[in-house]
Design a protein around this ligand. Structure first.
Ligand SMILES: [Zn+2]
Ligand SMILES: [Zn+2]
Length: 349
């Protein structure tokens, strides 16, 4: 079977690979579609080589069909349409024992520490596999993982109907947060620089602001009669975002940090004191977020299909990386991992 194999910084080889037979409590899945994520781009640049074992197969956003199951598997069966929640926790560290297995202190992430979805078939622990309803296409199924991130972020932020939310950064995750917050009844403003993304957000009925052209704090003040917004999601991972995030919330407003900051940015702690702000961290997702994401996606209420910019065959992964880095008209790129071609004709959406 075909696999896109990472062999070190900037080196992907698409070659043949032997599928792994599922052992006890394991499931082998034919991968239909897999999304390319910023994390994969990071891996490709060799910035996460300390976490991977070469040669490595990336990919953690996927949907597919169960091919076979190992002994003891009861949650899914061959033929089931599924997605994978790519977290493998140890079950015994202090975080796991505290009930926070999703941020286990020895967490293994499928597609980073273990082989991922950029191959025709992947074998994973059964507990990571969740069925999806027939009404949900495999294409949109590949959007479940990033949507689950957004569901988690919005849940951690406890967004309520009627609230004013500001999302800093309108990439795939920021846009999904905006969609989920809007679906929960919040009034959402997204701050984004990329004109293509701004246009897409506006077409989906989400208000935007370009911080290069207008003052975000001023706009938020105007929208809220000088009060400030209820909640800010920081999704830019930039010092500018870290600076802006404290300027926007009302008294006792909330900030959720979603972006992954490599270096610690300057943060205005005086503003926390002055307005009694609250800061939350949000990393990956829990099972209820994944289930919520499946329910949202299956409901058809969110225009998820609008986020899929392109679908490439597996051997054009590097072209996908280049397109993502172009800063142009791109949101999410999916890979057709080989199985989907056969299924496409019978696909619903
Ligand atoms: Zn991702
Ligand atoms: Zn653990």
């Amino acid at each position: 079977m075909k696999a896109a194999i990472y062999e070190g910084s900037h080196t992907i080889r698409v070659g043949e690979c032997v599928p792994v037979e599922p052992g006890p409590d394991e499931v082998r899945i034919s991968v239909a579609y897999a999304g390319i994520c910023g994390t994969d781009l990071h891996l490709y640049h060799g910035r996460m080589d300390h976490r991977v074992t070469l040669p490595h197969v990336m990919g953690h956003e996927m949907a597919g069909i169960v091919e076979s199951v190992g002994s003891g598997v009861t949650n899914v069966a061959a033929g089931d349409r599924v997605v994978v929640m790519p977290l493998i926790s140890c079950g015994s560290c202090p975080a796991c024992l505290a009930g926070h297995g999703h941020i286990c202190q020895r967490l293994k992430f499928i597609g980073i520490e273990t082989p991922g979805a950029f191959q025709a078939s992947m074998t994973v622990p059964a507990h990571t596999v969740l069925p999806i309803p027939d009404s949900l296409s495999l294409k949109l199924g590949a959007m479940i993982e990033p949507l689950a991130v957004a569901c988690h972020d919005v849940r951690i932020g406890d967004v309520r109907s009627g609230e004013r939310a500001v999302v800093l950064g309108g990439g795939p995750i920021g846009t999904l947060i905006a969609m989920v917050a809007k679906a929960k009844g919040a009034n959402v403003l997204v701050s984004e620089l990329n004109p293509y993304r701004i246009r897409l957000l506006e077409e989906m009925g989400i208000e935007t602001i370009n911080p290069k052209e207008a003052d975000v704090a001023e706009r938020v003040d105007r929208l809220t009669g000088g009060a400030g917004c209820d909640i800010v999601f920081e999704v830019t991972s930039s010092p500018a975002g870290a600076r802006l995030m404290t300027q926007l919330p009302r008294t006792r407003g909330r900030i959720v940090v979603v972006g992954i900051f490599g270096d610690p940015p300057p943060v205005d702690l005086h503003r926390f004191f002055w307005r009694e702000l609250k800061l939350f961290g949000a990393r990956v997702y829990e099972k209820e977020d994944f289930e919520q994401a499946i329910a949202w996606a299956a409901s058809g209420e969110l225009p998820l299909d609008r986020l899929i910019s392109d679908i490439y065959p597996l051997d054009r992964l590097e072209e996908g990386f280049r397109q993502m880095e172009s800063g142009g008209g791109v949101m999410k790129i999916l890979l057709d991992c080989g199985f989907a071609a056969a299924e496409r004709d019978s696909e619903v959406g």
